[in-house]
Ligand binder design. Structure first.
Ligand SMILES: Cc1ncc(COP(=O)(O)O)c(C=O)c1O
Length: 387
């Protein structure tokens, strides 16, 4: 059976009537899951803010790979970077809006490797680090040296210390790890990195738009950003808790000179050099990030994070009362299991998208699209399964 009802020729001779193309698009879209259904509990992305969506569409054709042509869009990117840098403790940090956490992490390790200039470079990172580092390592020919993690999922800093060698080009810490939301002790990593004269990168792809607001809401939060002196670069993803449309990541460096390590000449474009991995790159993403930052402000983000956290803690209490084993959440990621049955299998069978940690537990990301009524529905199902 054909996937879609469109004719099967890859590119047909004549254009199809508009209605037919639209019908095929709608048909495809209906096969997607929707965030609004509340059934997506596994994703770190969500419904983007409407101001960001409008900006994205308005700036669709802009190219930040050629910023001399799109000086207004470049200005929006600069402003967005300055705002995120200020949020993360260093208004003067420099960087770019990129395609996501993967590109940001690759860029950071590229810079670190160039600056270190060692033979057979190594990167020491927690076992909980995202798989994007594995991609970076293969591309950049880095050897990854994993440090063990503690029961709370944060890295064992003494193990990091033990693993440093003359070949270490960078240490990576994570602020909001993908599976548990765990936050490494970045201050301790910073001391170790500074003693050793090593580059420290922090992957706050998820936590970067959560932790600053949790702190403002009165939660106890570890320092993880540029306020910690040894931190050289930070990944933070607007297309996760920043409520920007996909694709939107961000990489920030403490100093502009760090970027020079990966600079190449771009002779036939409007600017003489480029420091980004991509050449042609989306101005729409930068405009969208600017739009959502300015529309929400700190207060708006605080409200979003407050609601996500309230849902997380409510769910935790109710799961505990139903006999589930629930991990203490660091942020709006909840990990739990039941001694008697496979939670993930049961939920997936009934149409809920949930993910599994490497240890086999159920992992839910309580994003803004997950509302109280969805959680009540989920809880009634879990209650049935436990009775
Ligand atoms: C901590 C962390 N870093 C990096 C990434 C990669 O981000 P992306 O999928 O946007 O490339 C993720 C994705 O979930 C993540 O959780």
């Amino acid at each position: 059976m054909p996937l879609l009802t469109l004719p099967q020729h890859p590119v047909q001779e004549k254009g199809l009537p508009k209605g037919e193309v639209e019908r095929a698009l709608q048909e495809a879209r209906q096969r997607d899951m929707s965030y609004a259904s509340g059934r997506i509990l596994s994703s770190m992305c969500t419904i983007p803010h409407e101001a960001a969506v409008k900006a994205f569409v308005d700036f669709l054709s802009t190219n930040l790979g050629d910023p001399g042509l799109f000086q207004g869009t470049k200005q929006l990117e600069r402003q967005a970077i300055a705002d995120i840098a200020t949020l993360l403790g260093c208004g003067g940090a420099k960087g770019f809006i990129v395609s996501g956490g993967t590109e940001a992490n690759i860029t950071a390790l590229w810079v670190a490797r160039e600056l270190a200039g060692v033979q057979k470079p190594e990167v020491v990172l927690p076992e909980t680090a995202h798989f994007s580092f594995e991609k970076a390592a293969r591309m950049l020919r880095l050897r990854l040296v994993y440090a063990r993690t503690l029961d709370d999922s944060s890295v064992d800093v003494e193990d990091v210390r033990r693993k440093l060698t003359a070949r270490t080009a960078a240490v990576v810490g994570v602020a909001g790890n993908t599976e548990y939301g765990g936050v490494d002790d970045i201050e301790a990593l910073s001391e170790i990195a500074q003693e050793h004269g090593t580059y420290l990168h922090v992957d706050a792809a998820f936590g970067g738009f959560v932790l600053p607001f949790l702190r403002e809401l009165g939660y106890r939060v570890r320092d993880f950003d540029f306020s910690v002196p040894g931190v050289c670069s930070i990944t933070v993803d607007p297309h996760k808790m920043g409520l920007a449309p996909i694709p939107a990541g961000c990489i920030l460096f403490r100093g502009e000179e760090m970027l020079e390590a990966v600079q190449v000449e771009s002779p036939y474009l409007s600017m003489p050099v480029q420091c980004t991995l991509l050449g042609t790159r989306s101005g729409a993403s930068a405009a969208a990030v600017f739009a959502v930052l300015k529309s929400l402000g700190r207060e708006g983000y605080r409200r979003v994070v407050e609601e996500c956290m309230r849902n997380t803690l409510m769910l935790r209490e109710r799961l505990l009362s139903l006999g589930f084993r629930v991990r203490e959440p660091w942020m709006n990621i909840l990990v739990f299991e039941h001694p008697a049955f496979d939670v993930v299998a049961e939920l997936r069978q009934r149409g809920w998208a949930v993910s599994r940690t490497r240890a086999g537990e159920a992992r839910l990301v309580l994003m803004p699209h997950v509302r109280r009524e969805h959680l009540e529905e989920l809880l009634s199902l879990l209650e049935e399964l436990t009775s």
